[in-house]
Ligand binder design. Structure first.
Ligand SMILES: Nc1nc2c(ncn2[C@@H]2O[C@H](COP(=O)(O)OP(=O)(O)O)[C@@H](O)[C@H]2O)c(=O)[nH]1
Ligand SMILES: [Mg+2]
Length: 243
């Protein structure tokens, strides 16, 4: 399990204990980007208590996508069969982990904890945040021709083999765009995605690190990928001659 942290001192102990309660034996990797609030030290201390927690300390805040690229590389190196991603702020409920893992067990290459399938919800969000996320996801699905309802979601379980197949190290995106880019690559490989309904709670402690810039990055990249792949497809069809 890879848990990226930046300034999560108020949440990291609780999240590690709750994950451990659900997953008695899974390895947990916290990827911390030099949080000045001492998140990494806390994670290590709680890790000694709950067991099988490793902390990857990176020098400076480098973004969510970069944290996952580093975490997945380490997880694959260690030979894990399934890699899970989850936020540290308790927006994702560790109690949902077994359902995500079960979806992979039942054949999914990627299981997404989804807010936008029946049973999923974002009960604490104000209307404007819900609207932005919902329509952002509709836009991404339409622009990329991707049958995924919640492609920006960050609570996921990947089969290790599919991570290798999509060449995740070459992704470049950071925030929500990183999640979309990963899902898009899985779809383009013809792999199976299962969306498992989750209720996404707003964080109670600490502050969000996402910004307007991250939203703009996501919209711009989705537009670029959609246009690029349509043009390329058309180019290839033209090169192949009339059908
Ligand atoms: N290592 C690392 N973690 C980050 C970075 N930015 C955000 N995170 C973590 O990524 C998760 C999601 O971030 P959050 O701010 O809650 O995003 P939001 O839920 O979309 O508002 C949290 O666990 C953050 O601590 C970063 O630059 N580096
Ligand atoms: Mg959050």
């Amino acid at each position: 399990m890879v848990i990226p942290t930046y300034q999560e001192a108020e949440n990291v102990a609780t999240v590690l204990r709750r994950v451990r309660a659900v997953l008695p034996s899974g390895s947990i990797l916290v990827v911390d980007d030099g949080s000045p609030d001492g998140t990494a030290d806390l994670a290590e201390a709680v890790g000694r208590e709950v067991g099988a927690v490793e902390v990857l300390r990176r020098p400076a805040k480098a973004g969510l996508g970069s944290a996952y690229r580093a975490g997945f590389a380490l997880g694959l190196d260690r030979g894990h069969d399934v890699l899970v991603e989850m936020d540290a702020d308790l927006s994702h409920d560790p109690a949902d982990l077994p359902r995500l893992l079960q979806a992979v067990e039942e054949g999914a290459d990627l299981a997404i904890g989804s807010r936008y399938v029946p049973g999923g919800a974002t009960p604490h969000w104000p209307a404007h945040r819900r609207w932005l996320s919902r329509w952002g996801n509709r836009y991404a699905a339409a622009a990329l021709g991707m049958p995924v309802r919640d492609a920006t979601a960050g609570f996921r379980a990947y089969r290790a083999e599919v991570l290798r197949a999509i060449d995740f190290e070459t992704t470049r995106a950071d925030g929500y765009a990183f999640q979309v880019e990963m899902a898009y690559r899985v779809v383009r490989q013809g792999r199976g995605i299962t969306e498992v309904p989750i209720v996404f709670s707003d964080r109670v402690r600490g502050t969000s690190k996402m910004s307007g810039r991250i939203v703009v990055e996501a919209m711009a990249l989705v537009t670029w990928w959609g246009v690029r792949d349509r043009v390329l497809r058309r180019g290839r069809q033209r090169a192949a001659g009339p059908a």
